[in-house]
Design a protein around this ligand. Structure first.
Ligand code: MGD
Ligand code: MGD
Ligand code: SF4
Ligand code: MO
Length: 771
């Protein structure tokens, strides 16, 4: 029998990767969750979602066994794993045998970016399905950033983040980290880091059509017309050139082209379109150029807009032009500890197109905005079977209700998910992962976008029960079933996959003979050990970091049992390798392996961000491409759009601290209080339109009746509705009682950002009438 105990673990819910301390009672129930003060990155920070992780983990509505739906009666029954995989093995290959591999589609949702299974075993599913019909939440999120980065740096995963802790000036567009806790910028306690920026005398400017909590914390807030950020940034670029304020310090090509592209966007033209005054545009350019260090950072509000990719490109153009790209205090590149995919060739966009609308492929995927088209449009290559993993596109994708209709007409569907929800209800089989606390955790993806280099591995806090499978094992068995294969007696399918990957990776690194040295309780841990050994701080580093002298001097090659206490006396000892002391805690540099991670369960400080160019560049020129052809082409469209009248009323989204997309609305402490799924509207617009209480909002895609919430904190002519709601006929009892409406019944899947195919959620034209 266990006793009560407190154990450290990373929070898996958002990109802030906070360290948590979780207290479990003798029956393995969570009794408390606190911020982990010994975590060198999050230093005890926690938000209400992390604090209620226990409720989520033990949600009574969570699925605990595989489910099969009887199509005739539309009823569900719990079945054994063997029966569930048996049904998949029989039915999915039937579809693909009759209609070809393209007849199966895969949709990957956001939590895949937070799970070990998502990072390590999704590629296996992709290979098993061998379909080009691959979709994910990336194209309703950050694909514009990845396409812009891919075109500028040659690698879509080379994403610059603001060096938050050292910058003197931060220009933030379309992000609200006081609610979201940050995105494509992993920074636990983002609010605290922003306050620190101001306290050290820096300046912080927010551009947002709403006066958000983040905007209220800033030195300056500028309202901007939704969807117009590209104009604003072009106005800044133009001013930097016109006033001779450029100071490029990294190798670049395309300076003349970008100067020419910016020429039409005078501050006056920009002011007209954005609502930001011409002299303010000029002043922003001057301030960015004059600040000792500065960073421009733009997130979801600007990505999920019609010119998302152009906007993201201009962000890093400005960072480069002002001498702040890859420079401390500017926009820099993190160096994650785990070796990822080693790319050797420059990113290419649009290697193939989607069948129906011919939208471009990016990073191997097609835009989710065309998923419904691919299911609903008959013809060769039509999708007839779907696999969804950790996604709820009926609530998260544009034209959600249309996608629900499309799913309803499929021949077969499998979902890997914790819940029976708006999307998974259309499945034939649902495969549920175990409790969060039964899963290991390592942030393979997010730590490559962190504002400080850092690593942390958490072992599962609880073992699996006899009838439970880890999500990694679910993926391995699902991949087998998809290809019509049975599990062989005595063969562990997960270990077989891992051995294959380990052998291939070690072979490439010329280290095959060292297989037996890999540490870990199972092959998953051995893979993690391999990835951190081969990573930049690792024992077998392929591309090692330099050992760094920090203020306290270095302690090269400290012995593995050499434990030291940090300044506040808590145990954050570091074992092995090259360690440098800083006033707060030691900084680890070389010799990383799984044992070091296990010896440091509160996380390891790997030091501040360091310049990484030109080494990171994969562009043909080995220079930062300031003027990629594909983006210059879209500038013409941006310019033409100036001739169109701006719509009178447009819709944008918003996030709330106590929510996380669609799936935390079943946690009672997170949904209490007033309805949060309301339409924010300026009081002047209410009066002008004769509205009161409720209204019918109409877009080209649909209509909703919404509760109105007047607020002066939104621009006139703009309304805002949060996404992830609309649980009216959900099986999640708490969520159903706080149903709200599906904002994506209004967003329109026929609108996309042209270069990336990303969905457009912000700047959607709408009309309002009294309900
Ligand atoms: N209008 C509008 N729409 C938006 C946005 C917006 O700003 N406005 N934002 C977009 C963004 S940024 C994103 S990322 C997408 C998100 O889009 P999705 O990823 O499609 O949606 P989520 O609501 O995150 O759904 C996550 C699903 O994963 C399940 N899940 C949770 N944890 C696990 C796990 O460990 N394993 C498995 N297998 N399943 C799990 C949950 O039950 C839920 O069903 O939404 C997008 N949609
Ligand atoms: N609490 C909570 N945290 C979350 C999530 C959540 O749902 N809830 N979701 C997670 C996910 S998946 C992601 S991707 C991140 C996103 O994290 P953020 O990028 O910080 O997202 P938001 O908080 O939605 O902030 C976007 C802001 O953009 C503004 N905006 C809308 N349109 C425009 C525009 O055209 N121009 C400009 N300049 N601004 C505009 C909106 O008013 C809003 O304030 O958050 C993550 N964290
Ligand atoms: S900020 Fe994000 S990572 Fe930190 S506790 Fe909250 S949900 Fe978890
Ligand atoms: Mo997201």
């Amino acid at each position: 029998m266990n006793t009560s105990r407190t154990l450290p673990r990373t929070c898996p819910l958002c990109e802030a990767v906070c360290g948590l301390e979780i207290t479990l009672d003798a029956d393995d129930h969570v009794t408390a969750v606190r911020g982990d003060k010994a975590d060198p990155f999050s230093r005890g920070f926690i938000c209400p979602k992390g604090a209620t992780l226990g409720h989520l983990d033990e949600d009574p509505d969570r699925l605990t066994a595989p489910m099969i739906r009887d199509r005739a009666t539309n009823t569900w029954r719990a079945v054994s794993w063997d029966e569930a995989f048996g049904v998949i093995r029989e039915r999915l290959p039937q579809v693909t045998a009759a209609h070809g591999n393209q007849s199966a589609g895969l949709y990957l949702g956001n939590p895949n970016a937070h799970t070990v299974a998502g990072a390590l075993y999704v590629p296996l599913l992709i290979r098993a399905l061998a379909t080009r019909n691959l979709f994910s939440a990336s194209t309703s999120d950050q694909m514009p950033k990845q396409v812009a980065s891919g075109l500028m740096f040659g690698d879509p995963l080379t994403v610059a983040v603001p060096d938050l802790d050292r910058t003197d000036y931060l220009l933030m567009l379309g992000a609200n980290p006081l609610e979201s806790n940050g995105s494509l910028c992993t920074a636990p306690d983002f609010p605290g880091r922003l306050k620190a920026l101001r306290q050290r005398g820096g300046k912080f400017v927010v551009v947002d059509p709403r006066r958000t909590r983040t905007a209220k914390l800033a030195d300056e807030h500028l309202f901007v017309r939704p969807g117009s950020d590209a104009y604003l940034l072009f106005g800044i670029v133009r001013t930097l050139f016109a006033e001779d304020l450029t100071d490029v310090r990294v190798p670049v090509r395309g300076l003349d082209e970008v100067r020419d592209a910016a020429a039409p966007f005078t501050p006056e033209v920009v002011a007209e379109r954005t609502g930001v005054a011409a002299d303010t545009v000029v002043r922003l350019a001057r301030e960015l150029a004059a600040a000792p260090t500065a960073a421009v950072y733009a997130r979801i509000g600007t990505c999920t807009a019609e010119f998302g990719t152009v906007t993201q490109w201009l962000v890093d153009v400005i960072n480069a032009l002002t001498g702040n790209l890859d420079s401390p205090g500017g926009a820099m590149f993190a160096n994650g500890a785990a070796l990822g995919i080693v790319r050797t060739r420059a990113f290419r966009l649009g290697r193939w197109n989607s069948r129906v609308r011919e939208l471009p492929e990016a990073m191997g995927e097609l835009p989710v905005a065309t998923l419904a088209d691919e299911i609903l449009t008959p013809g060769d290559g039509q999708i007839r079977a779907m696999v969804t993993v950790a996604g709820n596109p009926v609530l998260s994708a544009p034209s959600g209700p249309r996608l629900a209709d499309a799913f309803a007409g499929l021949d077969f569907m499998v979902s890997v998910d914790r819940y029976l929800n708006e999307t998974t209800r259309h499945a034939d089989v649902i495969l549920p992962p175990p409790r969060i606390l039964q899963s290991p955790h390592y942030d393979f993806a997010l730590l490559n976008f962190a504002v400080h280099n850092y690593a942390r591995y958490s072992r599962p806090l609880l073992p699996l029960g006899p009838d439970e499978l880890s999500e990694s094992e679910i993926m391995a068995r699902l991949a087998l079933a998809i290809t019509g294969q049975e599990t062989q007696p005595g063969v562990d399918p997960l270990a077989a996959v891992d051995e294959f990957v380990i052998a291939g990776t070690l072979h490439k690194a010329g280290l095959s003979e060292r297989r037996s040295e890999l540490l870990g309780e199972n092959t998953i841990e051995q893979r993690i050990d391999m990835m951190v050994r081969l990573g930049p701080y690792g024992e077998w580093a392929v591309d090692p970091v330099r050992p760094v002298e920090s203020p306290g001097g270095s302690r090269p090659q400290a012995r593995r049992d050499d434990r030291g206490d940090d300044a506040d006396g808590s145990d954050s000892a570091h074992a092995g390798g090259d360690v440098a002391e800083s006033p707060a805690h030691p900084v680890f540099r070389t010799g990383l392996n799984l044992q070091v991670l296990l010896d440091n369960p509160h996380g390891i400080d790997l030091g501040p961000l360091e310049p990484r160019l030109p080494g990171l560049l994969l562009t043909a020129s080995k220079q930062v491409d300031l003027a990629p052809e594909a983006l210059l082409a879209d500038v013409a469209r941006l310019h033409e759009r100036l001739a169109d009248a701006a719509p009178a009323m447009v819709l944008v989204g918003r996030r709330h601290l106590r929510s996380n997309n669609s799936w935390l609305h079943n946690v009672p402490p997170l949904v209490g209080g007033a309805n949060r799924c309301t339409l924010h509207i300026h009081p002047d617009d209410m009066t002008r339109l004769g509205l009161d209480g409720h209204a019918v909002v109409k877009s080209a895609a649909g209509a909703l009746t919404v509760d109105l919430e007047p607020t002066e904190d939104i621009m006139p002519g703009v309304v805002s509705l949060p996404h992830g709601w609309g649980h009216g006929d959900s099986d999640q009892s708490v969520a159903r009682a706080h149903a709200g409406v599906n904002a994506n019944a209004l967003t329109d899947d026929s609108l996309v950002d042209a270069p990336s195919g990303n969905a457009v959620f912000n700047g959607v034209p709408v009309t309002l009438t009294p309900a």
